[in-house]
Design a protein around this ligand. Structure first.
Ligand SMILES: [Zn+2]
Length: 94
């Protein structure tokens, strides 16, 4: 790649985003690494993290509602969460 002078100039001008994990070069407009999927900027990483957290809360709330509607489901969920040491899921937010 270094032997191509045109590409060298392009890299300089457009500022390719280098992934910190494998040093993969990504397009300047990319938000995520094409090789490993990592966020290429801190803001993107934080946005993704917040999105995941909201999603987790949503799923947890949904499961709690479901469990409280049906004792049989609640029993199954309690068993599953106990096996994974995740009892806190049904004993209030952590
Ligand atoms: Zn990467």
């Amino acid at each position: 790649m270094g032997s191509n002078p045109t590409l060298g100039v392009k890299e300089e001008v457009m500022k390719l985003k280098i992934c910190s994990r494998y040093k993969e070069k990504n397009d300047p407009v990319s938000e995520f690494c094409k090789r490993c999927g990592s966020a290429l900027e801190l803001k993107t990483a934080l946005d993704v993290e917040e999105e995941r957290r909201n999603y987790d809360y949503f799923i947890r709330d949904f499961l709690v509602v479901l469990a409280n509607r049906d004792p049989k489901i609640k029993k199954v969920f309690k068993k599953l969460t106990k096996a994974r040491k995740m009892e806190y899921l049904f004993s209030g937010r952590k």
